[in-house]
Ligand binder design. Sequence first.
Ligand code: GLU
Length: 290
Amino acid sequence: MKAYTGRFAPSPSGPLHFGSLIAALGSYFQAKAMQGEWLVRIEDLDPPREMPGATSLILKALESYGLHWDRDIYYQSQRHDIYQAQIDEWLSSGQAYYCQCTRKQVKASGGYYTGTCREKKLPPGQGHAVRLCMTRPVYSFHDEKHGLIDVPEPLAREDFIIQRRDGLFAYNLAVVIDDIEQNVTQVVRGADLIEPTGRQISLYQISGHTPVSYLHLPLAVDSPGHKLSKQNHAQAIDIQNPVPTLVRAMVFLGFQLPQGIEAANLAEIIDWGCRNWHIQQLPDKFEIIL
Ligand code: GLU
């Protein structure tokens, strides 16, 4: 059996908050329960949405919660050549194409892109996005907690964007290229990322790789459908006194904690979590209101 490799892949748009701590902890416990490695990858692909200093705050917070990563950290900002090479390969083989449609036009044609520029053979141009020809649509996939999850047909079939019109690389492309290169075997992350999962599996198939398996954790929300926002629970977690927040996050993840565990030290609590973690303990819900 292939050795287990898991990862936590935060975007540095702000400090670690309770919602991202859930993804960090869930992926960590799962990796360690599988005797695997746990990697950290900084997804700094989208500078306008990043906060200066967020990366070091995130890393400091992980350390103060006792979540120590294996291997060197990957930074997506240092990997542009690799993403560009894959896009260029697909452009030259005709598996990807330039598109000049605006978001407004896509919206007007029903919200999903219908392949308007597929046969146009547009040359590279300012403000042109790159789309991938969707030759391997994925209509459903298996989630380790939720079982079979359906992907809406128009979403599965869409020629989605792999490079934006402003030149930035699309999250779906970078995440799959990096998970392949880092030999990640399972992706554990928040349920907000269920939607792009089918596309990511399509990318594995188009590039001839075996997809990872997926486990989506309940998402911490302010109100139905609303991820934690900066105004309330998305405040930075306390890194001076981590135990109370750690215990709260472990309860969120469905642990039945022994009485008085708050009195133990942080490393003992994390170690207890690694030894007692089971996917079955996770709440069935896709989101939980805090
Ligand atoms: N960077 C993404 C985020 O912070 C997560 C990517 C992933 O786990 O696949 O939302």
